[in-house]
Design a protein around this ligand. Sequence first.
Ligand SMILES: [Zn+2]
Length: 296
Amino acid sequence: MPTIKKSVAMKSNTSKSVELKKPEIELGSEYCKVPNELLGTKLNPYLYGDNELFIRPFKTGEIRRISQITDDNSEELVNEVMSKVIKIKGDLTYNDIKSVDKLSLVFLCRTLTYPDPNFVINYTCDNEIEKEDKKDKKDKKVLCGASNKLHFDMEDVNIKYIKEDLGDKDFTFKTTKDITIKFRMPTIGDETLIEQHTDGMKHILKKEDKVLDEDILSIACIIEDINDEDLMKNIKGIYDYLNDLAPSDFIKLKSKFDKLHCGVDTIIKATCEECGGTVLVPVMFSSEFFLPEYND
Ligand SMILES: [Zn+2]
């Protein structure tokens, strides 16, 4: 029968790894390789295998689109635009990028888009300075309040790196009842998964007279295995398991996640031109950040 022949032919094909290889991506000249040092994970091979990330600057339409960011649409807009500026050499897709690296990639893309130092964002100095009071001739502390301009460069951003010798042990947890829980590093795809489950879970839990704990749901979405197969059939099963876990186990599990925390700091140290003091400037995804001022 032809169907059998077909399946045999497919089997013989799989042994030829050359035929299964993903076609090489075509990179235009505007793409550059993402330097490992700019990502919190440093593209650790345990997390990314031998995949390589490439990025190009934003195009006008893209940066104007991403500049429309609000609290409600931030994830959607960032993913829509960033999935266009990033290319991956290897078997991973945009959704497989670890969540902790996403912000670095946005910052890097922003840096590549405006390398000219005349592109600036405004900030106000909130340092307290000593100033002589005219009435009693005594020094008093007052707010500097000077307006300054800052050129954003990825090089000035503080990055916390993940430990280098990552292994299965960092993603495995044993409860006091000797149950093994395996989890993964959250990806951009997982963020979408969490969002997709949020409303449904709220609805299901409401029927049980319970309120959704979003932190527990986020963890439930990255659990790969609990050595109890029945639980793994759906998110609700994993969620209920975590919800009923002994608090001591839950805190230990959470501290395991926290150890994996890495990535860019959203606060930049700048120097005030007026008082010379150091100002901590929070970098926020705002319209002004993506469409800075040109100060010629
Ligand atoms: Zn100042």
